[in-house]
Design a binder for this molecule. Structure first.
Ligand SMILES: C[S@@+](CC[C@H](N)C(=O)[O-])C[C@H]1O[C@@H](n2cnc3c(N)ncnc32)[C@H](O)[C@@H]1O
Length: 215
C-alpha cells in the first residue's frame, strides 16, 4: 500500500502539481471537457483526491458520489465549493467499491489508471463496470510521459510496470508505480465492455472516453 500511503502524506501539497506552467493550456482544455461532460448524469468519481476535478464535474453532473481510499485527501475535498450539485464523499478502495451502491450513469477516473499495476487492470475495470448502467459514459485522464516535465522513470519491473522516485516537502521519498499507456494498451481491456472508445492525446495528458456496454 505504499502508493496509497504516499498520497495520504502528500494530501496538503498535492495540488501544486496543477501549477506547472507548461501544463496550463492543456489543463484548461481538460477542465472545459470535464465541466461539460456529465449533463443529465449521476456521476461516480474514483480516486477523487482533493476534489480538484470534482469542482469541474459538478458544473454538469446531476449528482456526484466521489470516492478515495485516503481520508486525508477526502477531508480537503469536502471543504471545496461544488455549487448546487449534490455531492457525497465516501472512503472506498477502487478495487472493491464495497461502500458504493449505484448504479451510476457516468464515471470519472482522474490520474488513477497510471497507478494500477498491469496485473490488476482487469479487476479494476470489472469492479468499476459493476457500478454502471448500460451506456454509462466513462471518462478517464492521466499523464503522458514528457521528458523534462515528468518525474523520471527509475525502475521497470518484470511485468513492465514503470516506477518513479518521488520526494515530499519533508524530504521523505517513495517509489511510486506510474504507468504511461499507448492508445492500444488502454483500449484493449476496455473494448469488450464498451462502444465508441476514444483515446486522445494532448501534449502532457491523455483522455479516454467510452460508453459502457454491458453485453
Ligand atoms: C494521482 S491522485 C489523483 C487524485 C485526483 N483524482 C486528481 O486527479 O487530482 C491518486 C489518488 O488515488 C488515491 N488512492 C490511492 N490508492 C487508492 C485505492 N486503493 N483506492 C482508491 N483511491 C486510492 C489517492 O489517495 C489519491 O488521491
Amino acid at each position: 500500500m505504499s502508493m496509497t500511503h504516499y498520497y495520504a502524506k502528500r494530501a496538503a501539497e498535492y495540488e501544486a502539481i496543477y501549477q506547472k506552467p507548461e501544463r496550463q493550456e492543456n489543463l484548461k482544455q481538460l477542465q472545459a471537457m470535464i465541466a461539460g461532460s456529465f449533463t443529465g448524469r449521476d456521476l461516480l468519481e474514483i480516486a477523487c483526491g482533493t476534489g480538484y476535478w470534482t469542482q469541474f464535474a459538478c458544473r454538469s453532473a446531476c449528482s456526484i458520489l466521489a470516492t478515495d481510499y485516503n481520508e486525508e485527501v477526502l477531508s480537503i475535498a469536502r471543504e471545496k465549493n461544488y455549487r448546487n450539485c449534490p455531492i457525497t464523499f465516501v472512503k472506498s478502495d477502487a478495487y472493491a467499491l464495497e461502500e458504493v451502491d449505484g448504479p451510476f450513469s457516468a464515471a470519472l477516473v482522474g490520474f488513477w489508471w497510471s497507478h494500477v499495476p498491469k496485473a490488476k487492470m482487469d479487476d479494476f475495470f470489472q469492479v468499476l463496470h459493476r457500478k454502471l448502467i448500460k451506456e454509462a459514459k466513462v471518462l478517464m485522464m492521466d499523464n503522458r510521459y514528457v521528458e523534462g516535465s515528468s518525474t523520471p522513470v527509475t525502475r521497470i519491473d518484470e511485468e513492465g510496470n514503470t516506477y518513479q522516485t518521488r520526494k515530499l516537502l519533508d524530504g521523505s521519498t517513495f517509489e511510486v508505480l506510474k504507468n504511461f499507456p499507448s492508445p492500444g494498451e488502454f483500449v484493449q481491456p476496455v473494448e469488450p465492455a464498451s462502444t465508441r472508445c476514444k483515446f486522445m492525446e494532448l501534449d502532457y495528458f491523455w483522455v479516454a472516453e467510452y460508453d459502457f456496454d454491458s453485453r
